[in-house]
Design a binder for this molecule. Structure first.
Ligand code: F6R
Length: 264
């Protein structure tokens, strides 16, 4: 895994957006795997800015989102469909038919999961997958204990996940109890993975992901098995990681060479 240490949320967002728009320009028909949540909002803002200023085109880009809550209408303000339209899709020139998000209202979830896997494989797989991380180490909504070989499936959300996501709802009762998510093996098939981590609340889990052995109890540790993972983490998120490991980061120059490599 390559870890890029940046100063704060803004720098993380700028760096992530630079990597994504580079991918889009290099391969204009890329398949982007996208995430929702607070961590990625700044990245999407930067992409919208770049689209406006530099005319980066998404016309032939396909997107597949990681997950969706179960039992929520697409146009519900807290659905991930709504989040994506609001925070990114309605501000760029993406072709509507090229957007894929699991259907949280499907009548047959097993069928929907299979269909979603087929959508991804028919597209030739994900070129660049953007990820956030839960305080419990989840990626997508793959909660601790999810088998690494899992494909798209329905999950029961952990209490800590529902509590963390309560900030987007009026009360804990309104936070859905289940979601449909890409599986860990689905995520791991992506050609490149970009994990964003920001803020003090993620410091504990980031330290574990970096320093602990690979275990299904901490889903994100699986990323150590992937050949092309970049973690972009800010100062607060990296506050529990050894300074030794941060050596080489030139904060004044803010150079992208300020990365360090961690061996698996
Ligand atoms: C969202 C997703 C989740 C979030 C994670 C972090 O599509 O799959 O894994 O990335 O829960 O959420 P935030 O960014 O809100 O802290």
């Amino acid at each position: 895994m390559k870890v890029v240490a940046v100063k704060n949320f803004e720098e993380m967002s700028q760096f992530a957006a630079a990597m994504i728009s580079y991918q889009v320009k290099e391969k204009p028909n890329s398949v982007l795997g996208l995430a929702t949540g607070g961590t990625v909002v700044g990245t999407y803002k930067e992409l919208i800015k770049d689209h406006g200023q530099n005319k980066t085109s998404y016309e032939n880009i396909h997107t597949v989102n990681l997950d969706e809550y179960l039992g929520i209408e697409k146009d519900h303000p807290n659905s991930y469909h709504h989040f994506m339209m609001d925070n990114l899709f309605s501000h760029i020139n993406i072709t509507k038919d090229n957007i894929h998000i699991p259907d949280g209202l499907a009548t047959d979830y097993e069928e929907e999961s299979k269909k979603y896997e087929k959508v991804i494989s028919d597209l030739g797989g994900v070129d660049l997958q953007l990820l956030g991380i839960g305080v419990n180490g989840h990626i997508g909504f793959n909660e601790p204990g999810t088998p690494f070989q899992s494909v798209t499936h329905v999950v029961e959300l952990e209490e800590s996940t529902r509590q963390a996501n309560m900030r987007f709802f009026n009360s804990i009762e309104e936070v859905p109890t289940h979601a449909i998510t890409m599986g860990i093996s689905t995520i791991m098939k992506s050609k490149k993975i970009l994990l964003l981590v920001s803020g003090k609340t993620k410091a504990d889990i980031l330290e574990k992901v970096i320093n602990k052995d690979i275990t299904e109890r901490i889903p994100a540790t699986v990323l150590k098995n992937h050949p092309d993972v970049t973690i972009i983490a800010d100062e607060e998120a990296l506050s529990l990681v050894d300074d030794e490991k941060k050596r080489g980061f030139d904060r004044d120059k803010k150079e992208f060479t300020s990365t360090y490599l961690l061996s698996n």
